[in-house]
Design a protein around this ligand. Structure first.
Ligand SMILES: Cc1ncc(COP(=O)(O)O)c(C=O)c1O
Length: 348
């Protein structure tokens, strides 16, 4: 029974969950060091007992809760085993017609390999010098064969966001020509509004969201799409069981997480404090940082004198890689304040 004890522990947000001696400091995948929240752990422990059943009712409950959160109705929601799986489904759907898709560079691209394998041609549009997505250039890149334009907002790895009005104008113009997918994986770390309300009268817009980031449920694999009901129905046809990919345990965790508003607020505040500290310190060490609204920081190693990746490796810290050779840009996830202090200590 020992593992169940862990589930039941009311872990405080002040305490990260995997800081045992010898564990690496994980600053690579933009995970939440504090999650899952206490309510989600309790719900998961209880969910184990009903895992012998499909329990479709809990999928419906989760969809109803998400519809309420997003100000839409249940038929505007599709849940899947992570938002990347939702992106994969959209790609499979659009690839029937072949053509191309447009994506910023650099941006979140875990799903693009499959798109290319399925016959869609990738058009990568460079970010601006300030590392923002260039909506104007993305709009100009649309041609008669464009099936999808992917807007990661805020953008991973650069940590920047599109100004709300400009994004709305872009969506209006671009959806007249092709499907626009707005990935809001990190929106909860910002004070920016979602664009999910626009789906009511726009069949060419899909907004994707995830429980992997501020809700701390990356390993529970739960994400969702918000779209017009006709669009949701088309995407859902590619799931064996519509809304059935997420386990009973993960659904329980997601549902409980939506109720733990306090946890989200605390994660937001702690992330902001640790991010501000890290940006200040990286800047002090001579590294140019792009102002970030997320739980990661994009910065340049061009003027850093040591071998950054060697320093990380020899101190058991996981980082990422070089995203742009010119300027030697890399990304680091914002962990707990203690983790970020340790990072800065070894870098100086
Ligand atoms: C922009 C973006 N979208 C989606 C995901 C993945 O979300 P999920 O864990 O729900 O597949 C990530 C993960 O890093 C991401 O950065």
């Amino acid at each position: 029974m020992a593992p169940f004890k862990t589930f039941a522990l009311p872990v405080s947000i002040a305490q990260a969950v995997d800081t045992a001696a010898g564990n690496p400091i994980r600053l690579s995948s933009n995970e939440n060091p504090y999650g899952p929240c206490p309510l989600a752990r309790k719900a998961m422990a209880e969910g184990i007992n009903s895992s012998n059943r499909y329990n479709w009712g809990t999928a419906e409950q989760l969809m109803a809760a998400l519809a309420k959160k997003e100000g839409v109705t249940e038929d505007n929601i599709l849940i899947g085993a992570g938002s990347t799986v939702i992106l994969d489904l959209i790609v499979q759907w659009l690839a029937f017609k072949k053509g191309n898709f447009i994506v910023g560079h650099p941006s979140y691209i875990n799903w693009t390999k499959r798109a290319e394998k399925l016959g869609l041609k990738k058009i990568a549009v460079p970010v601006t010098p300030g590392k923002e997505l260039s909506l104007a250039a993305m709009l100009s890149a649309i041609d008669a064969d464009t099936r999808m334009i992917y807007v990661c907002n805020p953008n991973n790895p650069t940590g920047t966001f599109c100004e709300h009005k400009a994004l709305i104008d872009f969506i209006k113009a671009a959806t007249e020509k092709a499907m626009v997918v707005v990935d809001e994986a990190y929106i909860d770390f910002t004070d920016q509004p979602s664009v999910s309300h626009l789906i009511a009268d726009n069949k060419n817009l899909v907004v994707v969201k995830t429980f992997s980031k501020i809700y701390g449920l990356a390993g529970a694999r739960t994400g969702y799409a918000i779209a017009h009901k006709d669009t949701i129905n088309q995407i859902a046809e590619l799931q064996t069981w519509a809304n059935g990919d997420v386990s009973v345990v993960s659904r329980a965790a997601a549902l409980a997480s939506l109720a733990d508003v306090d946890f989200v607020k605390q994660c937001h505040a702690k992330n902001t404090a640790a991010r501000n500290y890290t940006m200040e310190q990286l800047t002090r060490l001579g590294m140019r940082c792009i102002p970030s609204v997320t739980n990661f920081i994009y910065f340049s190693l061009a003027d850093y004198k040591k071998d950054f990746f060697d320093v990380l490796k020899s101190n058991n810290i996981e980082g990422t890689f070089i995203y742009e050779e010119e300027g030697q840009w890399t990304r680091i996830t914002v962990g707990t304040m203690d983790e970020m202090r340790q990072l800065i200590k070894v870098l100086q």
